[in-house]
Design a protein around this ligand. Structure first.
Ligand code: NIG
Ligand code: FE
Length: 411
């Protein structure tokens, strides 16, 4: 396959290892989640924005014409990481709240007292579209530094028409995959969730559906219940959006059943999910998106990851990057938490934040694997073994990131 417009070829040669998960038609489950193709003394050849071939150095074909070369000695290649759940469009911070939580206050108490999500809503509404666009670009640069080449981001800190739409535009302009989290919280100018939903579905959804790919709802005590979530997601489905649910973060309120009923792409969090929910998910096509950095950051129990994988559920991993419950943009750190806290193998963790995450975003035919025809998005780890991506806790493991066949400038 040759690239249009004479785009350059890039050969990364003499890699210590190249590791890539399987999984084309459907998210990986069960034993397949942990099966990785591993090549030692390997190369990856990019032709423009697409991978032309991968293989062992001894099988490298002779290359005619102009080829840029990158020395991969001492490095390992894995697919560009895919973060399928972030809240990257926000202004301000919640460092004060973080310090209060360190002193014993809980996330739920701060939320109930008008802090939490609403504190970020106030800052985000006040910021203006240009500042929001700048914030998403800054957060994207942090993610790229940690090896994320594709990110989803939700809106949800505007909760008025102007700021929600500005958020979705800022996310798309920064190259993110936009999700309309129109049902994140009930803003103070509305008396109750139903009145707010009436407004959001009538006044915001028609324009949001033109900008976003999916819709999301926070189904939780103190946020939206099952009936309200169903109403919101049904309207979003009718407007052409895929649907997702923040569910079982603190309490089980029926999120898993609703996600299955509505054929949601995913149900995300699941820290509170019990054995029944695990079994239901395993028998469904809904991807369980696990966010261990969020559980760690707010001091909650970890989600039942091992039980989900062993029961045959499709599992993905993401950061949940946001200023309140997970100020963490690093998928390598999430892989470390997956191994140490969730008891997933490094191979399972890698598949969960590459190919399975790409499925959640509807992009698995192009993203999440190092295979001919896939996007030339590659992370080069400064490590003799690719499993350092999980092993080096908090380490600076990412040496180089290649995005669409071009070496990215890392911040
Ligand atoms: O996924 N749970 C709801 N939303 C976010 C947190 C948002 C915030 O605290 O600002 C989450 O954890
Ligand atoms: Fe979230």
């Amino acid at each position: 396959m040759s690239s249009a417009g004479g785009a350059r070829r890039l050969l990364v040669r003499d890699l210590a290892q190249l590791a890539t998960p399987h999984g084309i038609d459907a998210p990986l489950r069960g034993r397949a989640l942990g099966s990785i193709d591993l090549l030692e003394d390997a190369y990856v050849l990019c032709d423009g924005e697409t991978i032309e071939s991968v293989g062992r150095m001894r099988d490298l074909p002779s290359l005619d014409g102009d080829v840029d070369e990158l020395d991969g000695r001492g490095l390992c290649a894995i697919p560009g990481l895919v973060d399928c759940h972030t809240h990257a469009c926000f202004a301000g911070d919640r460092v004060e709240e973080f310090a209060l939580r360190a002193g014993g206050a809980t996330y739920e108490e701060l939320h109930a007292a008008g802090g939490g999500i609403m504190a970020t809503v106030r800052a985000t509404r006040a910021a203006g579209e240009a500042a929001l666009a700048g914030a998403v670009r800054l957060h994207r640069s942090w993610m790229l530094r940690a090896g994320t080449t594709t990110f989803e981001s939700k809106s949800g800190y505007g909760l008025d028409r102007e700021t929600e739409l500005a958020s979705l535009r800022a996310i798309a302009d920064a190259g993110g995959v936009p999700t309309w989290l129109g049902a994140h919280a009930v803003p103070p100018e509305f008396g109750d969730p139903d009145a707010y939903l009436e407004f959001a579905l009538l006044e915001v959804l028609p324009a949001a559906a033109q900008l976003a790919e999916a819709a999301d709802v926070f189904l939780e005590r103190g946020a939206f219940d099952v009936a309200q979530s169903r109403r919101y997601l049904d309207a979003c489905t009718a407007a052409g959006l895929a649907v997702r649910i923040h569910g079982d973060q603190f309490t089980e309120q029926g999120a898993v059943g609703l996600a299955i009923e509505l054929a949601a792409r995913s149900v995300d969090h699941l820290e509170a999910t019990g054995p029944d929910g695990v079994g239901e998910l395993a028998r469904s096509d809904v991807v369980a998106v696990l966010l261990p950095a969020s559980a760690l950051f707010v001091g909650r129990p970890m989600p039942p990851a091992r039980a989900l994988v062993d029961a045959g559920a499709a599992v993905a991993l993401a950061t949940d990057f946001n200023p309140g419950s997970a100020f963490c943009e690093s998928l390598p750190l999430v892989c470390s938490l997956a191994a140490t806290q969730l008891k997933l193998s490094p191979a399972e963790a890698l598949a969960a934040c590459t190919v399975n995450a790409a499925h959640v975003l509807g992009r698995a035919s192009r993203l999440g694997r190092l295979e001919p025809g896939y996007a030339a998005d590659v992370v080069l780890l400064d490590a003799p073994d690719w499993r350092y991506v999980a092993y080096h806790l908090g380490g600076d493991v990412v040496a180089e990131v290649i995005v669409a066949g071009t070496r990215a400038e890392l911040p």
